[in-house]
Write a protein that binds this ligand. Structure first.
Ligand SMILES: Cc1cc2nc3c(=O)[nH]c(=O)nc-3n(C[C@H](O)[C@H](O)[C@H](O)COP(=O)(O)OP(=O)(O)OC[C@H]3O[C@@H](n4cnc5c(N)ncnc54)[C@H](O)[C@@H]3O)c2cc1C
Length: 451
């Protein structure tokens, strides 16, 4: 009779080992999720090239769709793919700079958190930054990520040159003189033209900023919005919803001495979450609490290097929709949103965000051809955002808004095309560079109407 041990050794163990290998092969690549957890996928392969040559070989030798991920901070479905997911995080760091022109060249996978200090060490500073510094340069420029400031454009508008690995296995160096059309398409391209490996940014001399934060009545701030926007380098506000107050943030250049920097206040996050959970049962009490607590905040002033002041930390996970409306419509659009939340009795406490951005001439930039006011709507990640966003989104459409490419919205090619004067030019360039649609996932298919 065969012993249990011999049976295991002769048949069962090799069989089990074989099964394990097969299942490992089938799920070789770890699953992927975005920052908020709403988007996910199970790619067949994940690859992080150590050089441009490795990346080009991968593109030529692989089959199926290729999507590239930065730091996964987009809320929309730009990244997910069942096939090949690439990250260029090993193509990172400051590569060279030009002290005279104040330009600096970074690996495209560099996070903005690793840009500020190295730039300061060579006497340079970014013109502006987004709310946080976790994004990669490639990821941020691909969605024309922005900060706030009437005279300040999105990250994409400060690109001097970029390198793009194409579906045909070429590495194109692209700037305004080499191929102006391709450059204006590639500076905000949703990862649909190829894979960015290197980006040269136009910077300015390193500088110091002073931030002033204070609470005020939202309607009063809106009355002054134009004046604040003209007067300050950066003006932004966070209107509380189901309340009457907002937090105002003004930032200007200074030579004042540095102050200790603020940490993040996790208690504030917890209070908001409690108010979301239980406040809907007592809306009048919730309004009173928000008005009293936020309205009673002390004015705060901070001085730091530009990159320290501009980037914040966001610990609380959420989902977000954001539209860019023409700058002059910003105040009315915000009034409409606040009135709708009140009239529809929407059970929400997450503050809105209200900012201004300068126009540029990039084909798919959300700021193409017009100065914009950006208004963002958020909901905690553990709640279904859809009923809330569905009530607000038509208001953005009424004001001619363009949705943020990296944030949630419901538009497809039919509605997007009329919002972008150079839509067809972009699609022609995409078709020329990638006729086999290697860089197109189902979400991009619907955005671009690729059938
Ligand atoms: C907490 C938080 C705060 C935010 N604040 C702001 C803000 O202040 N302003 C603002 O405008 N947005 C903001 N966003 C949105 C965010 O900046 C954008 O969605 C940005 O695109 C994310 O960059 P990422 O590096 O995470 O790229 P991902 O989200 O990973 O990718 C974004 C796009 O870039 C493409 N991509 C990535 N790498 C490459 C590459 N090497 N080559 C070609 N394509 C590539 C991807 O395919 C995808 O299409 C915020 C998001 C979060 C979660």
């Amino acid at each position: 009779m065969i012993s249990r041990r011999r049976f295991m050794q002769s048949t069962a163990l090799p069989f089990l080992a074989g099964c394990m290998k097969l299942s490992q092969a089938a799920s070789a690549a770890p699953a992927w999720k975005n920052w908020s957890g709403w988007q996910s996928c199970q790619p067949q392969r994940r690859f992080s090239p150590q050089s441009e040559a490795q990346l080009l070989s991968f593109i030529s030798e692989s089959s199926g769709t290729i999507r590239t991920v930065g730091s996964g901070h987009s809320f929309s479905g730009l990244v997910p793919t069942d096939d090949n997911l690439i990250s260029v995080h090993q193509l990172a760091g400051l590569r060279r700079h030009n002290a005279e022109n104040l330009t600096a060249t970074f690996g495209a996978g560099t996070r903005f958190a690793d840009v500020g200090k190295p730039l300061q060490d060579i006497g340079q500073g970014l013109f502006n930054m987004a709310d946080i510094d976790r994004q990669t340069i490639a990821g941020a420029i691909s969605t024309s990520t922005h900060g706030t400031g009437r005279t300040l454009g999105s990250y994409s508008s400060y690109i001097e040159e970029l390198k793009l690995a194409t579906a045909k296995g070429e590495l194109l160096t692209c700037n305004r003189t080499s191929d102006e059309q391709l450059f204006r398409a590639a500076c905000a391209s949703l990862g649909a033209l190829g894979i960015l490996t290197e980006v040269t940014l136009q910077n300015r001399p390193a500088y110091r900023l002073k931030e002033t934060i204070y609470p005020d009545q939202t309607m009063a701030v809106l009355e002054q919005a134009e004046e604040l926007r003209q007067k300050h380098r950066h003006f932004e506000m966070f209107p509380m919803v189901n309340a009457d107050v907002a937090i105002v943030q003004l930032i200007d250049e200074t030579t004042e001495p540095l102050t200790p920097l603020a940490g993040t206040d996790e208690e504030d996050d917890e209070t908001l979450q409690m108010l979301q959970k239980y406040g809907g049962m007592f809306p009048a009490l919730r309004r009173w609490i928000l008005n009293t607590v936020v309205g009673g905040m002390d004015k705060a002033e901070l001085v730091g290097e530009s990159w320290q002041i501009l980037a914040n930390t966001r610990n609380m996970r959420f989902n977000e929709m954001e539209y860019q409306v023409p700058a002059e419509h910003g105040p009315d659009c915000l009034r409409d949103i606040l009135a709708t939340i009140r009239a529809e009795n929407i059970d929400i406490v997450f503050p809105l965000e209200y900012r201004y951005i300068k126009a540029d001439d990039l084909m798919l930039s959300m700021f193409a051809g017009r100065d914009a006011c950006s208004i963002s709507v958020h909901h905690f990640a553990e709640y279904d955002y859809r009923p809330y966003f569905a009530l607000i989104e038509p208001i953005f459409h009424k004001y001619g808004g363009r949705p943020h490419w990296g944030k949630l919205h419901t538009l497809t090619a039919k509605q997007l095309a009329p919002l972008y004067p150079e839509w067809d030019n972009f699609l022609e360039i995409r078709e020329r560079l990638d006729p086999d649609r290697r860089f197109i996932n189902p979400y991009l298919q619907s955005l671009f109407g690729l059938g």
